[in-house]
Design a protein around this ligand. Sequence first.
Ligand code: PAF
Length: 281
Amino acid sequence: MKVIATIGELRAALKSERLAGKTIGLVPTMGYLHVGHMELVRRSKAAADVTVVSIFVNPTQFGPNEDLSTYPRDMEGDLGKLRAEGVDYAFTPEVAEIYRPGADTIVDTPVLSRILIGKIRPGHFRGVTTVVTKLFNIVQPDHAFFGEKDYQQLTIIRRMVADLDMPIEITGVATVREEDGVACSSRNAMLTPADRKAAVVLSRSLARAEELAAKGQRSVSAIRNAVRSVLEAEKRGQIESVDIRDAQTLDPVSGKFRQPAVILLTVRFGKVRLIDQRVVG
Ligand code: PAF
């Protein structure tokens, strides 16, 4: 595996791969890799000839009072995992390589980025779409892979790729879960042991919703109430949001849903914000 930190060097290496007729898969990450990331890597290796994994903790997607400085990092451990998985290139730029002095361009999806998590984290998705566009321009991948756990992020990236005619196939990969059902996330490492145990309430509440939907329940309020009552029973978690939206567009749904709906949860344990999601119907 080649570890490359500059845009110029990565572009030169990938140009040779392209000239040799190889297709390129990109897995953008912020590092502290877990089994969920490795599933994205496996999907990329199956779909493309060459896999590039970027490791970049993107400062522009963190708000002023968010966890940028405490975001977990383990570059050596990450590179070991990527080598073991047979990744071809790890792109590990410094912040100054990605954001150069005088930069004045952003990429924004002003409607989708300001709802749901975008309301709780103003500016977050603008940071994501800007850095993902830059990574797409640097790597020029044929395929790119994102986890479905970050459902709104995936929806926004699909929208951006369609709107800006980016010739990239976006693949959403199902959430990988730990043994007790908690969605794999780099932020799980920031939970206290008691909060980590309590975090199972998110997937438990979604399982309850799925059970109801499987029995034919389509009432948005009945499903929301059922999810909330499971979440409220766990006093360690502070519920930030329980939303039920159209699974394709993220438009609000009310009354009874007729198309698949996605349940989106945001729950805080101390300072750590966890999200999870499930598509039902
Ligand atoms: O999902 C993430 O880890 C980040 O938002 C991404 C897509 C790598 C952009 O920084």
